[in-house]
Design a protein around this ligand. Sequence first.
Ligand code: SPV
Ligand code: MG
Length: 301
Amino acid sequence: MLRAEVCSSSQLSFLMEAHDGLSAAIAERAGFKGLWASGLSIACSLGYRDANEASWSQLADVVERIVDSSRLPVLVDGDGGFGNFNNARLLARKLHQRGAAGVALEDSCFPKINSFVGDRHPLAEVNEFSGRLRAVKDALAEDFVLVARIEALIGGKGMDQAIMRAHAYADAGADAILIHSRRNAADEIVAFARAWQNKLPLVIVPTKYYRTPASVYREARVSTVIWANHSMRAAMAAMGQVCRRIMTEENTASIEPGIATLDEVFELLRYDELARAEARYLPGQRCGAFHSDGGIDFVGG
Ligand code: SPV
Ligand code: MG
């Protein structure tokens, strides 16, 4: 399923960021067909910086919640693999065990720093990173998708270096190439796509060049667009606004119309299923809040 989403250049696909079970469920409800378990957004939701402060096992735990919370395939942002080839294949195996459909590995050095922070983005040596890719490919079944992410443009190393790396990573067994750019326009990405000529499907992350219409990506035969951090940033803005209002007003009356109702919370997380399960497995002892028809009483809801 993820292979179809990420690895097909015939149609542009979109992956929506998720950083926990709730954001995964919301993205599925909105109609997305695949999820991006974003390193930045997961780190942020845990209160960490996107600098490998969260451990691989913390990432795997969050990925499990994301996987369990929707039926969508999940491509996990594996950063650089948390070390060398051995750490990378261990990470990939663990993500596979938790139900992820694929992993994206970037050619950064441990510890990484988010691509949009500062100017120091040392690149891994090509052969060493290719070894990480090969180790992941050898460790996992064919259906687990491996995306090789190139940070050469982020690191200011130029287009030739980016293309050279893309060829090396394709030879190492990557299923798709993610080319990242921090420019405000998509020119670099389009130039890369032209030079790459679709040797492998192309994945992009238009966080900074967000004004570019999707038609440009279709024309460039990009395979997949990742909306990498927008649920996290939306939540951050909304939570900040609500906290400030409640702090000032010492009352929640003015914010109620603008926030999710409790009924919406219960509906999204399928409390109705719990009510049906109680009726089936706990007959006669059911919690009074649930009805057998799936309805739920919430006092004051
Ligand atoms: C992420 O979502 O963590 C990414 C994409 O790696 S970016 O933050 O744009 O580097
Ligand atoms: Mg990341």
